[in-house]
Design a protein around this ligand. Structure first.
Ligand code: ATR
Length: 277
């Protein structure tokens, strides 16, 4: 039996087992099972060891361990290096490698809706665990990236991480700017909520977006449960475009599934319905 896991704490809410087991069945991959496991920090080394000795074939990592797992890994690849955030483990040539499929998953969710995110002005709200993955999605091609976070120091740290990538890319560092919480930046094309505000129904960011009335800006909330946060409801009322994090979630899973099985799984209507909340 090939075993796959998603680890996190809390983990009850995770829909990843539903998605991966759906694909195992659809593509007739027998003897494979994907489970969720609530873990503590002290379990991380053991999980990585189990990938190394092939007791576990693949692992997804969710909140709050995406960074904490890094010291236990042999190497980071691709966006995991840029973001210092790992959501997928694979064994490659006897090494346990950390990957980040959140960045690509986020980009795919935009491309799939034919949303052109290149050469645009971006506002990232939040500087928590997932924020670096969103920053990485925009860093190569954006005209300007604003970051705002309740705790300013975390926004400054995220800016530094982004600047390191910009230097590697040979782009000028000035494209990233931190905006004090509650202050407005210039009008942006895409505004992404990467905070946890909205996970509890009715929660409000209390930021002022009235300058966005009737603009064609896209308000993207990474939260997909609940599916319409106040951030999105208010954007809709203002006449803005909206998107929640459901398709990003499915795409990051699709990319991980491909790494483990070599199969390009499709995100069909049945699957989208399966994860409907
Ligand atoms: P996680 O690992 O779950 O992403 P995190 O790293 O603590 O958790 O990130 C949560 C994000 O939501 C942070 O940007 C956090 O802002 P702070 O850095 O100031 O804590 C943001 N956040 C959480 N509750 C918030 C609130 N009530 N108002 C504004 N931002 C909030």
């Amino acid at each position: 039996m090939k075993k796959y896991l998603v680890i996190g704490n809390p983990i009850e809410h995770s829909l990843s087992p539903l998605v991966h087991n759906f694909w195992f069945k659809k593509y007739r991959i027998s003897e494979s099972v994907y489970e969720k496991k609530k873990i503590e920090s002290s379990d991380l080394k053991n999980i990585v060891d189990q990938v190394r000795n092939e007791k576990i074939k693949g692992v997804n990592i969710t909140v709050p361990f995406k960074k904490e797992i890094i010291p236990f890994l042999d190497a980071l690849k691709g966006d995991a290096q840029l973001t210092l955030s790992v959501n997928t483990l694979c064994k490659n040539n006897n090494e346990v490698i950390g990957f980040n499929t959140d960045t690509e998953g986020f980009k795919n969710s935009l491309l799939n809706e034919k949303i052109d995110y290149k050469n645009k002005k971006i506002l990232i709200i939040g500087a928590g665990g997932v924020s670096s993955s969103i920053l990485a999605a925009f860093i190569k091609t954006s005209k300007k990236i604003y970051i705002t976070n309740r705790t300013r120091t975390k926004a400054d740290e995220l800016k530094k991480l982004g600047e390191a990538s910009l230097t590697l890319l040979g782009r000028e560092k000035e494209i990233i700017e931190v905006v004090d919480w509650g202050k407005t930046s210039e009008i942006c094309d895409i505004i992404v909520n990467t905070t946890s505000v909205g996970l509890i129904k009715g929660e409000n960011l209390n930021l002022d977006f009235k300058e966005y009335n009737n603009t064609s800006s896209l308000f993207y909330d990474l939260i997909y449960n609940p599916k319409d946060t106040n951030f999105l409801k208010e954007a809709k009322l203002r006449g803005n475009k909206i998107m929640n994090g459901k398709m990003m979630f499915l795409w990051q899973a699709q990319i991980a599934f491909h790494m483990w099985t070599g199969i390009e799984a499709s995100i069909d209507k049945e699957l989208i319905k399966l994860v409907e909340v």
